[in-house]
Write a protein that binds this ligand. Structure first.
Ligand code: AHM
Ligand code: MG
Length: 365
């Protein structure tokens, strides 16, 4: 039995008892209340494409499932490390404790493989892509994933995230996937999204028709549509960069950051500096409030730090779908032809007018 407390009028909580079966058969009631679950939303969108095979829907469902499992583990990370695992490296069941990024990687890969809907997956955690001897030899999609971005933040109880994107394979269906299936420019993405494990857990994704965000209710294990048709404000007052790198950043970045810090009442400067150091959280905040995120080339990371395939392309797709801009300083991120799986690029993403202003200083990379 699950206890769901939904206010039928305000979407606030009131005392109502549902079990999961009630929740399923009461879809019509939820619709009347204007409440949509992620599962319903995926199916509704699939119905917009008559004749669709449903594979993409099943990929999104697999991501949803793995995200719930990862979310549950992240929420008890402090317990596992400091309390349950205090006696040694084993947890209370006597199992070896795993690093959460390895755990997350396994969950997403398992969920994809089990559903037989993708023919391969490339993960930031692994040197090479994994080819599935698929249960479905006709599987036509590949997935790129950063299973737990910013995982060093877990030790200090700061939000982390999962980032994913989906492409159609290039090599013939029925054959084993090849590197070229993964080395596609971001313009070829079919879907992209992220999960932010924060003060609430949210899943935000696009399939190229806008961006929608869903908030997780842990009490009943369901994501609800909470942020329909997300748009990044065209202007913002937040800049987000690891300023410890400023002296080794390109001249254009130095000038733009100085511009952000100047006093100017007309443009409401200085802007606020906000850097969580957890890309998913920094991006998510800027999506909602408006802002710019910059990770430039630096002396210690001459091509930037962030990975084109697992981090920059999915966020570029989401940003553009929400009215924002993503560039490496010279070129639209999504038009870069990848040459290797773990390729890094300088990354500037966010509110359209802010990114364009940054570009106007030139020499950003
Ligand atoms: P990771 O993929 O190894 O977790 O690194 C990516 C993270 C991003 O979440 C974050 O924006 C960036 O690294 C922070 O880097 P830095 O500590 O150099 O500012
Ligand atoms: Mg990462």
């Amino acid at each position: 039995m699950f206890f769901l407390t939904l206010d039928l009028k305000n979407h606030d909580y009131i005392q109502e008892n549902y079990d999961i079966y009630d929740l399923i058969i009461n879809r019509k009631a939820l619709k009347k209340m204007n409440i949509t679950t992620l599962g319903e939303f995926i199916l509704e969108k699939q119905a917009d494409f008559p004749g669709s095979s449903g594979e993409l829907s099943r990929i999104l469902s697999a991501i949803r499932l793995a995200a719930k499992i990862v979310n549950q583990q992240i929420n008890k990370a402090g317990l596992a490390k400091h309390i349950l695992g205090a006696a040694g490296s084993e947890n209370i069941q006597g199992e070896q404790q795993q690093k959460l990024d390895v755990f997350a990687d396994e969950q997403f890969i398992k969920a994809m493989e089990a559903r037989g809907v993708v023919c391969g997956i490339a993960s930031e955690e692994n040197d090479d892509f994994v080819a599935f001897e698929s249960k479905n030899p006709l599987a036509k999609y590949v997935v790129m994933i950063d299973p737990l971005d910013g995982s060093s933040n877990i030790d200090v109880n700061v939000s982390v995230g999962t980032i994913f994107s989906v492409y159609r394979r290039k090599s013939p269906i029925g054959t084993e996937v090849e590197l070229e299936d993964f080395l596609q420019p971001g313009t070829e993405q079919v879907a992209a999204g992220y999960v932010v494990y924060g003060s609430s857990t949210m899943l935000v994704y696009t399939t190229g028709n806008g961006v929608n965000g869903f908030t997780y209710d842990p009490g009943i294990g369901v994501f609800f549509l909470s942020h329909p048709n997300m748009q990044i404000p065209k202007d913002g007052r937040i800049y987000s960069m690891n300023e410890g790198n400023i002296h080794s950043s390109p001249e254009g970045v130095k000038k733009y950051i100085s511009y952000c810090q100047e006093n100017d009442a007309a443009t409401q400067r200085p802007y606020s500096g906000r850097y969580i150091g957890s890309l998913v959280s920094d991006f998510h905040r800027n999506m909602i409030k408006g802002g710019i995120y910059i990770y430039p080339a630096t002396s210690s990371a001459p091509n930037g730090k962030l990975r084109l395939l697992y981090e920059c392309n999915p966020f570029a797709f989401l940003a553009e779908q929400a009215g924002g801009v993503a560039t490496d300083g010279n070129k639209r991120i999504m038009e870069i032809q990848p040459t290797e799986l773990h390729q890094r690029v300088p990354f500037i993403v966010g509110s359209k007018n802010m990114v364009e202003k940054a570009l106007s200083f030139g020499n950003l990379r």
